[in-house]
Each structure stands twice: as C-alpha cells, then as structure tokens.
Design a protein around this ligand. Structure first.
Ligand SMILES: Nc1ncnc2c1ncn2[C@@H]1O[C@H](COP(=O)(O)OP(=O)(O)O)[C@@H](O)[C@H]1O
Ligand SMILES: [Mg+2]
Length: 474
C-alpha cells in the first residue's frame, strides 16, 4: 500500500499521474486523427498531377506516348522536400512513358526484374493511393485510370515521404510542447493549492510552538477549515483535561501544605514552651534539635506552597506592570532582620525597573535568592540586592561574596530538590526551582555568574522589555 510521507507529494502524485496519462493518450489520438486529413490533402496534390499527365498524352504509331513540355514537367517534379516520379502505364501494367519501374500495387512493388503485374486498377476503382517502396525507400503512390487523347491509361505519381514525416514530427513536437506546458502548469497549480490548503496546519503549528507549557487556553478554532476543526477541537479538549488535571494536582499540594501548617505551628509552640521548662541538659539538647527540624519543615511546606501557587499562577494575560524596586523595597523590613541575625551586611541599590508581572510571585522569587545569599555566604559576608534597567531590559540582581557555586554544579541547582553536595546550611533544594518557575512565568532569564569581587555568586534575573519602564543607566 502506498504510504507517502508528504501530503503534498500524495496530492501531486494523485493529480499528476492520471493527468499525464490522459494527456499522452490524448495527444496520441490527436496525432493519429490529424494524419488522415493531412495524408488526404497530400494525396489530392498527387492525383492532380496524374490529371496533368493525362492531358499530355498523344497517339503514336501503334499506341500512345507521353509528351510533357519541359516547363510542365519541371513544375510537376519540383518540390521543396521530396523527389517526385511520374509514369504512364497501360492498364495491364506495361510501361508507356515517364519513369519506368514505378510501384503499381501496394503488396508487390514492381522491380525492373519482376514480370509485369496484373492490372492494378479495375474499372470499378478509378483511382487509389497507397504506401510502397521504391528502390528500398518508402514512398507514397497515387494511381489514376484516366482517359486521354490516346485512350485510357494508368497514370502514376510517386513521392518520397519527406513532407509527410516532417509533418508527423511537427505534430508530435507540438503535442509534446503543449503537453509539457500543461503538466507544468498543473504541477505548479497543485503545489500552490497544497501550500495554500496546508497553511492552516502551519498556523496551528505556529500557535502551538509559541505556547509556554503553562498556557493551556484553547486554540483558536474560528479560522480552522472544516477538515482541521475536529482536530483543533480534540486538542482543545485535551488541553482542557490537562488544565483540570494540573489544577487538581496543584490544589492538592496547596491544600496538603496548608493542612500541614496548623499542626506544625502547634508542635513548634509546644516545643518552645517545653524548652522554657527546667530540663536535664540532654532533654534540652534534643528539644533544640526538634525545634530546628520543625523550622525546616515549616520552610519546606511554605516552599511547596509557593511552588504550587506558581504553577497555578497567572497566565500571560493577567500580568500587570510592577516596579521591581517597589517589590524589593517592600521586603526590606522582612529580610534585614534575618540578615542581622546571621551577621550579614544586606544592602539595596534600587532603581526603577518596571516589568509585567505578579508582585506576590516576584517577591517570592527575590526572597528565595536573598535567603540563599544570606545563608550560604554566612556571617560577616556582604549581600547586595539590585534592581535596574540593563540594555532596555528590567533586571533583578542578588550578589554575595560567599563560596559561590562551582561551574559544574550550576546547571543542576535549578532542579527541584537538588542541593550542592556538602551544602552546610539546611534546605530542601526547592528555592532555585521556585525562582526558575516564577522567572519562566514572566518569560525572564535566570543566570548564575561569578560575583564582581571574584568570590561569591551573582544571580541575574532579566525580564523582557515591558515598554513601560523608565530607563536609567545600566
Ligand atoms: N548564594 C549561594 N551561594 C552558594 N551556593 C548557593 C547559593 N544559592 C544556592 N546555592 C546552592 O544551590 C543549591 C540549591 O539552592 P536552593 O534551590 O535554594 O535549595 P536550598 O537552598 O534549599 O538548598 C543549594 O543547596 C546551594 O548549594
Ligand atoms: Mg534555597
């Protein structure tokens, strides 16, 4: 079974092959059909010549002879292409005048050696034309039985086939040219039609390609042609099911995280209360560890919540103009105390940088980067948080002078639950994954670079130019 890889190829095949066959058959028919009238026209000219011959017969002693004036003979014999032979014979085939040895019947051409043929034409058939051979060359023969001053004779005019085969060649060439042109036009038309017809498919592909994996809105159906509409509908219903499934999953994570929070908060309070009691040192140490564990757990839960919120986050349409400087400024009160607690010098350099975004998610992004910088750079370090326009693009930057992340680890740290082996501070490995998710939602690019000072990490989050940002020197 035919299994074409290209629709265009299939259509072309289905159209071009039958068309070519029809055209070839048609031109063969045309050629054959045109031959008949053309042959008859040429034959008619030869018959006219026999008539001229008959007018130049005169009686001679005991018979007849042909007396052709040189001008008439020249006129009869002269042809641009072919050689012409003229002869007069008796009705039973004996030579009288002109050229001897002309073919008198189609089947057995007379040669000078063969005996005279029987009367080639009977009384019922005054004239005929046929193909024959003369001296090994194919010729056309016209014979007519005509009365003359010297009685009834057989007048024969023979012509070589130059004109006729020339005409045949011309017919074939004409048919070929017009057929090749027709096939070319049909092929081009089919290709054009296929290109135009397949355009909706290309548009559909472009629509799908331009999508982010979060964008599960239905595809545009209105301009899809009838044949494509069911496919678009199916894709849309798949997208809808996917959207519902994702929503359910995110709600589950959010709910679970939320449900875990309350008992955890209770547990933490109880541990804190218990630590206030006078306890043996060993019990006090264990309670301290339990307290640290509840804190890590609370953090993990809040990060899971953040991730679920990001996944359920706004689609491109719901983003609004947000100034990164304002987002960062609003978080200062929250972040500075935790920096102080770890003896980290946390500084802010905030210039206006407006992005299209979600302020809550952007704050979550900054919080994760700042938290990492403070905890991994550690006591005595410097952390600088910046917002600015860089090359027309809004950018958020968090730089520290801590240990940094080795080049080889950088591709991995953005993955969920990945932590650089041997990382000292406690953590879940979710922070940078959340940063990546939120950045993707804003079509922003995250880069991990060396700090300016050479030691430490500099994280750049570059947003697409929003067109509403006021620019300041980069
Ligand atoms: N500012 C930083 N300096 C050094 N290492 C860092 C920094 N930020 C992140 N890392 C490394 O990247 C890993 C992943 O970070 P993250 O996704 O926030 O997870 P977590 O902080 O919970 O370990 C961390 O374990 C740490 O090793
Ligand atoms: Mg972290």
């Amino acid at each position: 079974m035919l299994k074409p890889r290209s629709l265009r190829g299939l259509i072309l095949l289905l159209v071009a092959v039958p068309t070519t066959l029809v055209l070839v058959a048609g031109s063969l028919y045309d050629y054959l059909a045109a031959q008949r009238p053309a042959t008859e026209a040429y034959d008619q000219a030869l018959f006219s010549a026999t008539l001229v011959l008959s007018q130049h017969m005169e009686p001679a002693d005991g018979g007849a002879r042909l007396r052709l004036p040189p001008a008439v003979e020249a006129a009869l014999r002269t042809d641009r292409v072919d050689r012409v032979f003229l002869g007069v014979y008796t009705l039973d085939g004996r030579f009288v005048g002109g050229d001897p040895g002309l073919p008198l019947s189609p089947l057995s051409p007379l040669s000078p050696l063969s005996p005279p043929a029987p009367a080639p034409l009977d009384a019922g058939e005054p004239r005929r034309a046929f193909d024959a051979q003369l001296g090994g060359e194919p010729v056309r023969v016209a014979q007519a039985r005509l009365p003359s001053q010297a009685g009834e004779h057989l007048f024969v005019v023979v012509e070589t086939l130059g004109k006729r085969s020339g005409m045949a060649r011309q017919l074939v060439a004409n048919a070929l040219v017009s057929n090749v042109a027709t096939i070319a036009v049909i092929t081009l038309t089919v290709l054009l039609a296929a290109a135009v017809g397949l355009r909706p498919l290309v548009r559909l592909r472009e629509q799908l390609m331009a999508r982010s994996y979060r964008d599960l809105r239905p595809l545009e159906v209105s301009d899809a042609p009838t044949e494509l509409a069911p496919i678009v509908h199916e894709i849309n219903s798949l997208l809808q099911r996917l959207d519902e499934a994702t929503g359910t999953q995110n709600r589950f994570i959010a709910n679970a995280a939320h449900q875990l929070r309350t008992p955890l908060a209770g547990l933490k309070t109880q541990i804190e209360l218990a630590r206030e009691q006078a306890l043996p040192p060993e019990a006090s140490r264990l309670l301290g560890q339990a307290h640290g564990a509840t804190e890590r757990l609370a953090r993990l839960i809040s990060q899971l919540l953040a991730l679920a919120r990001t996944e359920a986050g706004p689609s491109g349409d719901e983003l609004q103009p947000v100034d990164l400087a304002a987002v960062l400024g609003a978080g200062v009160q929250e972040w500075v105390p935790s920096a102080l607690a770890l003896d980290v010098d946390l500084g802010f350099e905030l210039a206006p940088a407006v992005v299209r975004g979600d302020p809550i998610l952007l704050r979550e992004l900054a919080a994760n980067l700042i938290d990492n910088a403070i905890r991994y750079a550690g006591p005595g370090s410097h952390v600088t948080v910046r917002s600015r326009q860089s090359g027309g693009m809004p950018r958020l930057e968090v730089e520290d002078n801590g240990p940094g992340i080795p080049e080889a680890e950088r591709p991995h740290v953005m993955e969920r639950f990945y932590r650089v082996p041997g990382s000292s501070a406690s953590g879940s490995g979710l922070g940078l994954a959340i940063v990546g998710e939120i950045a993707a939602l804003h079509q922003a690019r995250v880069e991990l670079r060396d700090a300016h000072a050479g030691r430490g990490l500099r994280v750049l989050v570059t947003f697409p130019a929003s067109g509403t940002g006021s620019s300041s020197p980069a």
